[in-house]
Structure formats: C-alpha cells, structure tokens
Ligand binder design. Structure first.
Ligand code: ADP
Ligand code: MG
Length: 252
C-alpha cells in the first residue's frame, strides 16, 4: 500500500474514535486527533491517563480495539505485517529508556537498521550517521560504546538513531523522564532544534516550559479522554479545574 508514497501530506496522522482496552480496562476512550505536517503536538496529563498507550497505538506497538488511524492517507489499522514494518520506518519513536545496543559502537547503533533494511549502503549510512551526530551535538562519539556515554548523551544518540530512517514523524514518550536533572536541557535543546527544522513531532512530556515554548498544540489527557486541547496559551490559561490543578503541580 506504500509503494507510491510521496511523504507529502498536510494531515500526517488522523486519529478517529480510537479506543484501546486491556480486558475490562478502557485506556483510550474515543480519542480524536489530527497531526499536521511540521506540527509539534505535546501531550500532557497525569500518570496512567493513556498517553503512552496513545503513542504506541500510533505506530501499532499496541493494536487499537476500535477506531481508525490514518497515516499519510492510509488506514494503518488495516495494515498487513509488511506494511506495519514500512509504517514504523516512517514513524520514529524515542522512549524514556534509550535501548541502545551495548555491544555496538554508536555508529553501528545508528546505521544498523537502515543498512539491514536495505534502505542505505553501509557507506551511505555512515555518512548519514556523521551528519546526525553533528545534529545532536556529539560528532566525536562515532566509535564510542554506549557505556561510555552519559544518560543525556545516550538519549541524544537514540534520537539520532531514530532519525537515521528519515522518518516523516517522530514520537517521543517522556524522553527526559529517566535523566538526571542536569542532562534534561541538552536533550530538550536537540528536540527544540528538530522542531525548528520543521520535523513533525508528537511529544509526551512533563517539561512544561518546553511544552509552552515548542508546542503548536497541547493536548491534556485524563482517564483515556482528551479533556481539552489547544494552543499553549489557551491550555495554560484554561479555566478547567483539573488542568489548573495539574499545571499547578509544576510551578515552583
Ligand atoms: P500514561 O503513559 O499516561 O502514564 P499508560 O498509557 O502507560 O498511561 O497507561 C494507561 C493505563 O493503561 C494504565 O492504567 C495502565 O496500567 C494500562 N496499561 C498500559 N499498558 C498496558 C498493558 N500492556 N496491559 C494492561 N494494561 C496496560
Ligand atoms: Mg507513559
């Protein structure tokens, strides 16, 4: 279904009536959302509200119970296994934990997937890795091993690895939550730079300053539903009691 992919859709992702249940537990309850090209959508909300499940449904790490996810014009809930693999090449994901391969150099970590999938030759991938290491501010780490890097550096490598596939959209699930506070800034600054370059991004985070500064659109989720969404300005001045309470916890 993706042979003639142009990768040029104004609506990159359209989520329609997405429901996800685990047994009796309905974790996403009729979620609707549109993510446009170059848009930065930040998802906030209390723990357990379904934010991770939402991201995981977008690239089918979780199978939706019902509803539709239209990615670049195609309903991926009807995709075959091959198509799901193609989809994941176009939708990068960065998690809280970086999951780098410890026995491989940074360069190998970045080049492994695109070479294995036949998207690039090793030479092309090495060249791309060099560019990406520059992008994430770690140009001298190609030959290092993950254990030699700090948490913040590992997460920047995880971002570079994801970008190596040249995805059309990047999903970030609390990419700084596992980091020591002094390393949060370096990761957010790489993400901010990607945002400025026009990458389409969906970001779950508790970094409210980042959300305020970078988001085009903020979504507040609670108990599996989108309670409110809008511009940062609108959300941060919302009259909704739950949102005020939630945001209040981040003020110091
Ligand atoms: P958030 O990311 O907002 O903290 P999650 O999406 O991780 O929330 O979780 C939402 C709810 O879904 C939680 O109640 C969680 O226990 C449940 N949940 C998530 N993944 C699974 C799973 N694989 N099996 C059963 N329940 C799950
Ligand atoms: Mg989560």
């Amino acid at each position: 279904m993706w042979e003639n992919w142009k990768g040029d859709w104004q609506k990159v992702i359209e989520v329609k009536n997405l429901v996800k249940s685990f047994g009796e537990n309905t974790v996403l309850n009729h979620v609707n959302e549109t993510i446009e090209k170059s848009e930065k959508v930040v998802i906030i909300g209390p723990s357990g509200s379904g934010k991770s499940t939402f991201l995981r449904c977008l690239n089918l790490l979780e199978t939706p119970t019902s509803g539709n996810i239209i990615f670049e014009g195609k309903d991926i809930t009807k995709a075959s296994d091959t198509e799901i693999n193609q989809l994941r090449q176009r939708m990068g994901m960065v998690f809280q934990h970086f999951n780098l391969f410890p026995h491989l150099t940074i360069q190998k970590n970045i080049t492994l997937a695109p070479v294995k999938l036949g998207l690039m030759t090793q030479n092309e991938a090495n060249h791309r890795a060099e560019e990406l290491l520059e992008t994430v501010g770690l140009p001298d780490k190609a030959d290092a091993y993950p254990a030699m890097l700090s948490g913040g550096q590992k997460q920047r490598i995880a971002i570079a690895r994801s970008l190596a596939m040249n995805p059309d959209v990047m999903l970030f699930d609390e990419p700084t939550s596992a980091l020591d506070p002094e390393m949060v800034g370096e990761v957010l600054s790489v993400m901010k730079q990607l945002a400025n370059e026009g990458l389409t991004m969906v970001i779950v985070t508790h970094e409210m300053n980042f959300a305020r500064n970078v988001a085009d659109h903020i979504v507040f989720m609670e108990k599996g539903v989108i309670v409110e969404e809008g511009t940062p300005e609108a959300l941060f001045t919302s009259d909704n009691q739950r949102i005020k309470e939630f945001l209040g916890k981040f003020q110091d």
